[in-house]
Write a protein that binds this ligand. Structure first.
Ligand SMILES: *Cc1c(COP(=O)(O)O)cnc(C)c1O
Length: 424
């Protein structure tokens, strides 16, 4: 009582001064302090406040520019404010943005058709985030297990791998091997079995009559850009076929040309039953994600089994289709392969002894430093030089810049990386 009529001072100020007036006059320092005061501390951001961006470049409030080599963990494949995608948004904003799935909408129809074709699969279940796409894949696999494979109810097992990253929901962190991700968030959801990544014998040995699926990333991106041995993807497909087990690839980060092919699994004969996709499907602008799969699995869902209020909304659907059209027309897969090979060559040619391994496929590159090298300091030197990248696990810095980055910008980025390493 009483609280409801109190004048809210900050919102009053915003109403009086105008939202953009306030945002544009906020210093970088004030933005960081306000975020720390009012946002939970579940991230440890670099001390950089971004106020605008275009293509592969972003700018802080002081007008200092940076080459974005994080690319929002590869979600910004199209570059910041991609022209084709933003134009599609402007047009759609004159029509309709959100209808819910209680009705049909034309944009969703086109989105599902285009996405299924791009993925070389049959049907789409639209979601918003990568974690939701993986949750969707898990639900599909379990229902398939009970209704098609006749696994006894509540006994289904899904085999996952050590070092996995599939998102942050309670079920998903329950089968993470990273202690911080699960330690205080239990009890864990049962039904997951962990095997080492890259080990087909271990996968084979872990299969029981109750196994409904095997789930992994074609390259472990968050895990430190870990590339499995050649033949692993195809080998997993074969083992799944032999045992009537579904194959699920989490393509949220490796999908959509990031590794130099439309999908990460396409480097081998490893067509999955289901994939989870997200990140770049949103054109660098909105969260757009989906589970995509073969008809025999996707059709286990019946009305009421699953859903999402915003999943498949008209605006996101248009963004997704525009993102796909741009990726195809501009041959993102070819660009990613070419620029990735160039970047790796240039980094190799720098000849730094402190780099113990340089690995990657396409524009998903990991630079691993030896144990004696001060990576914390390097991280700050990168900022001073004007290149944004962050450490993942295993003392590895990941480079996943927008796929549209120009060769000249890539060369500047490598030059800045060189200067930063030299100075540490
Ligand atoms: C980022 C990521 C996710 C989670 O996506 P969100 O949109 O953050 O929920 C899942 N899997 C992989 C492989 C990812 O890289």
């Amino acid at each position: 009582m009483g609280v409801s009529t109190k004048v809210l001072s900050f919102l009053s100020q915003l109403n009086e001064r105008g939202l953009f007036e306030v945002i544009e006059n906020l210093s970088d320092q004030a933005a960081m302090e306000t975020t720390e005061a009012y946002s939970t501390h579940n991230y440890h951001p670099l001390p950089v406040n971004i106020v605008k961006g275009r293509g592969a470049k972003v700018e802080d409030g002081n007008g200092k520019d940076y080459i974005d080599c994080i690319g929002s963990y590869s979600a910004v494949a199209h570059g910041h404010l991609n022209e084709f995608v933003t134009e599609a948004i402007h047009r759609q904003l004159e029509k309709i943005t959100l209808t819910s799935r209680a009705m049909y909408n034309s944009e969703l129809a086109v989105f599902c058709h285009a996405l299924a074709e791009y993925c070389s699969l049959d049907m789409v279940c639209p979601m918003n985030t990568g974690a939701e796409a993986n949750e969707t894949a898990i639900k599909l696999a379990r229902k398939w297990g009970y209704t098609r494979k006749n696994i006894p109810l509540n006994q289904a097992e899904i085999i996952v791998v050590d070092g996995n990253f599939h998102g942050r929901t309670t079920t998903i962190v329950g089968f993470s091997s990273e202690e911080q991700y699960y330690k205080y968030f239990g009890p864990k959801t049962p039904g997951f079995v962990m095997v080492p990544y890259g080990d087909l014998d271990a996968l084979n040995a872990a299969i029981t009559p109750n196994t409904c699926a095997f789930m992994a990333e074609p390259i472990q991106a968050e895990g430190g850009v870990i590339i499995p041995p050649d033949g692993y993807l195809a080998g997993a497909r074969k083992i799944c076929d032999e045992n009537n087990v579904l194959l699920i690839w989490d393509e949220v980060q490796t999908g959509f040309a990031r590794t130099g092919a439309r999908m990460g699994w396409m480097h081998e004969d490893a067509r999955p039953d289901i994939i989870a996709v997200g990140k770049p499907l949103g054109g660098g602008i909105l969260p757009v994600a989906a589970a995509v799969g073969q008809k025999h699995v996707m059709e286990v869902f019946e009305p009421g089994d699953h859903g999402s209020t915003f999943g498949g909304n008209s605006l996101s659907a248009v963004v997704g289709v525009a993102a796909l059209m741009e990726m195809e027309r501009e041959d993102y897969a070819g660009q990613s392969k070419r620029k990735g090979d160039l970047a790796k060559q240039w980094l190799q040619d720098l000849g730094h002894d402190c780099i113990i391994e340089l690995r990657g496929r396409g524009l998903l590159i990991g630079i691993e430093f030896d144990a004696s090298f001060d990576t914390k300091r390097l991280s700050h030197r990168f900022i001073e030089e004007g290149v944004l990248t962050k450490e993942t696990r295993h003392r590895t810095f990941r480079l996943s810049p927008p796929i549209v980055i120009s060769e000249a910008e890539l060369e500047v980025a490598v030059h800045r990386i060189d200067r930063a390493i030299r100075s540490v």
